[in-house]
Every structure is written in C-alpha cells, then in structure tokens.
Design a protein around this ligand. Structure first.
Ligand code: ADP
Ligand code: MG
Length: 429
C-alpha cells in the first residue's frame, strides 16, 4: 500500500473528516510528492488542512507564515481542540520569556507546526533554533501579500525568499491564497520558485451564496433597501462601507433605529477596541459589524448569514474575499452589493493593474436597470460602447457581473444581450 491510498485514513484519524474537499487532496499529494505548490482556493474551503495534514505526515517541522496574530492563535486552538498538540505559534504578543521557551522547544523537536508572523523571519534566535532541526515545509498563508499587485501587499513578505535561503535542507514551499488575479499568481510563482504545473486552482463554487446588486440614486434610497434586507434578521452579518465615518454612522443607525446589536470596525479604532469588537462578534454578543475593508481578513465565523457592501469593493478579488466570509457552514447566505452613483468618487476599481473605471460599472448598471424597468432585459452593446465603453470593457463587465451571479446571459444575437437577474436572495428566517 503506498502513502497516498492511506491519505483518507490519515484525514479521518487526525482531523475526523470523512472526505477531502475540492482541491485539498491534489495539493496534499503534490506536497507529499516533493513539490513547491501554489494553492488557490476560495475562503472557507479549507486551505489550512492542505499544510496541516502534510505537516503531520512529513518528518520535520512545518513553519507557517501568517499575517495575522489573532488568526494564528485560532488555528492553534483548533488543532489543540482536535487533540493535535504538536502545534504552536510564536508572536510578539507573548512575553519574551514565553517566546524564548517556545523557540527552544521548537529547537528540541517538540512541534510539527509552528505559526509565525513574517516579522519573525528576521529573528536570529528563531533561525538558530530552526538550524537544529529539519524544516520540511515552509507554508506561506495569504500568499497574495507577497505581490505589489495584490490588494494587501506586505513588505515583510518580500523577505520570505531570503529566509528560505537561510534554512538548512532547502525545504519545500506551499503558498496559499483565496484571492489572486493571474498577475498576482504569476508573481507568487516567480518569487517562491513554484513551477506552473504545481499551481492548483480549485473551483470557486459556493452554491449557498446568493448574490444580488442594486444601484441607487442617493444614500436615503440605499438605506431603505438596507432596512428592507435587514428587517426580521437577527443573524450574524457584515456590512462593508467606504470610510470610518460611514462605519460609525451606520453602526449607530443600526443600533439606534433598528435595535440591531451592531458595532463599527475600522483602522482608526484603538487595537484593544478592535479586538473587543472582533471577539464580541465571534462570540455572538454583536450581530452586525459595520466595517471598512480593515475588517475580516481571515475571519472564520461559520454562521455569517449576510455580507452587504454599501460601497464598491476595492477590486473583484477583494469582493470575493469579503463575500467569501458568508455562509461557511454551507447554509444559505446573502451577498448584496448596494452602490450609489456617488460611490464613483470613492475608490478605483483596479483589476489586474488594468484600471477599470467604476463609471463603467455604474454606466453598465444604469443601462441594466433601465432595461429592467421596461421589463425587457436586453442591452445593446453598441449603446454601451457609445457611452464610452470599449468593446473589451463591455465584455469584461459582462463576464464580471456574470461571474458574480448578478446577471445571467441567456442569449446573444448580434449586438444585443439577453439577460436575466441572478438568484433571488434567501428570505429571512
Ligand atoms: P480557508 O483557510 O480556506 O479560508 P479554513 O482552512 O479556515 O479555510 O477551513 C474552513 C473550515 O472548513 C474549518 O472549520 C475547517 O475545519 C473546515 N474543513 C476543512 N477541510 C475540511 C474537510 N475535508 N471536511 C470537513 N471540514 C473541513
Ligand atoms: Mg485560511
């Protein structure tokens, strides 16, 4: 019996999962086969398992680089919860004594999985302890952070390559992300020396997510829609807004007028306040967090029932990442994109270093809305092109909105597109 036929058994034994999810087995096999690998899987699908299982089966230690300290602790707690004790994290939140203790234990081979923030890679003590043992796998979580083209570039990630060069025995690399445009993917492959054949992209199907979108004339109209969407819902949800002020204002409107337990979250809050909001949300003391895009990276709350954008997301990839937090438990969840013409001034839609003006989207949505008003879901490409949209952009927009599930193309004939709106949103419980 070879190693691979027993993978399911190991999955069951260590994690108590009966089967692999899409993409997982492919990644695990490639890693165990000795390759550097890039895995692109949607948020919530189970990227962690792709390194955790190999880490347990490989001889030495797996070092996992992760950008968020809170996340590392969650992951380690989850592993301990499965009685997998050989996991730890080393972060500057710990006392110096505790950091030293864990590094020392690592050097004595106590751990199979060690989570660190990218700053740690520059620590001499850390390297010295690693030199005493075998590092089998260097895992780079949220690997899009390595790329200038990504929406969340972290300069410390640029050091990973040099760090890898200093490790004895040339360990394998596994990079993971939910969100990488083709150019970001290429950047990751180049920087981390991963062959193209070892890029695993697994489907982004999230059948339990329902997408809907609307464009509004003003804030009042948008608030009415929001009110309608939220009425009767006492469930966990996220609302994304563009600015700190919007976050504060909307959160107090929700708590004051709608009596929803809501809180604001943005980069202007004190760190303690931010952790308090996050903690409270995870524990269910707060139902709705109104946040800027500073909120949510790596959030693993299974029962988020809606993610509503009252702004344009920074990019299509950012949008995927943000709505990907909804419905991880597999039950229906709503993703609504509500924007108004004013949003035009807020952010630039930058997709793949080709900047696609959001006027384009607004124009398109406008045309779409008009077509619906007349109850004839037909859009003329010619009309859009006359409105200043090039052919490529028209095609791109259409495929984007199709990909988001906002429209379905039912037919095209010559210049005309026949459209249908996306899935109906699920009704509130
Ligand atoms: P990602 O990093 O891709 O966003 P996580 O690794 O945090 O996702 O996993 C999301 C959830 O899915 C976790 O609660 C995890 O335990 C669960 N999970 C992962 N793989 C499986 C599997 N094969 N079977 C059942 N649950 C799984
Ligand atoms: Mg993850």
């Amino acid at each position: 019996m070879n190693q691979y036929s027993s993978l399911e058994k190991a999955l069951q034994q260590y994690f108590n999962f009966s089967s692999f999810r899409a993409g997982q087995k492919d990644v695990v096999e490639k890693v165990l086969g000795g390759n550097n690998v890039l895995a692109i899987m949607p948020t919530g699908q189970g990227k962690s398992l792709c390194y955790q299982l190999p880490a347990l089966l490989m001889p030495g230690v797996a070092v996992v680089i992760s950008p968020l300290v809170a996340l590392m602790k969650d992951q380690v707690d989850a592993l301990h919860g499965k009685n997998l004790r050989q996991a730890t994290f080393i972060s500057s939140q710990l006392t110096l004594e505790e950091q030293r203790r864990r590094m020392d234990e690592m050097g004595r081979g106590k751990y199979k999985i060690v989570y660190v923030a990218p700053e740690r890679l520059k620590s001499r003590t850390f390297l010295a302890q690693l030199a005493r043992i075998k590092v089998s796998l260097l895992t780079v979580d949220e690997a899009h952070c390595i790329s200038h083209w990504g929406h969340d570039f972290r300069p410390d990630y640029l050091y990973i390559r040099e760090f890898h060069g200093q490790l004895p025995g040339n360990p394998q690399i596994l990079a993971l992300t939910a969100t990488a445009t083709p150019s970001v993917q290429q950047d990751i492959l180049n920087q981390l020396d991963i062959p193209d054949a070892c890029r695993v992209v697994s489907g982004s199907d999230r059948p339990n997510l329902y997408y809907t979108a609307g464009v509004f004339d003003n804030d009042r109209a948008r608030l009415d829609k929001l009110h309608e969407l939220l009425s009767g819902r006492r469930e966990s949800g996220l609302i994304y807004v563009a600015t700190r002020k919007d976050a504060e204002r909307l959160a107090s409107w929700l708590s004051g007028s709608l009596k929803i337990a809501a809180a604001a979250y943005h980069a202007g809050l004190e760190p303690e306040e931010r952790s308090r909001v996050q903690e409270n949300f995870l524990q269910g003391g707060i139902d709705v967090v109104v946040g800027t895009n500073a909120f949510g990276m790596g959030i693993d709350k299974p029962d988020i029932r809606f993610v509503i954008h009252c702004c344009l997301p920074a990019s299509l990839e950012a949008y995927y990442q943000e709505v990907g937090r909804a419905g991880r438990d597999g039950r229906p969840a709503l993703c609504a994109l509500l924007f108004i013409h004013r949003d035009r001034q807020l952010q630039d839609w930058i997709i793949d270093n080709d900047s696609l003006g959001k006027e384009d989207i607004v124009n398109f949505m406008h045309a779409y809305r008009n077509s619906q008003r007349d109850n004839v879901s037909v859009i003329s490409c010619g009309e859009l092109e006359q409105g200043g949209l090039g052919e490529t952009k028209v095609r791109f927009l259409i495929s984007m909105l199709e990909r988001l599930g906002i429209i379905h193309l039912t037919d095209r004939d010559g210049d005309n597109l026949y459209l249908e709106a996306g899935s109906e949103p699920p009704t509130a419980r």
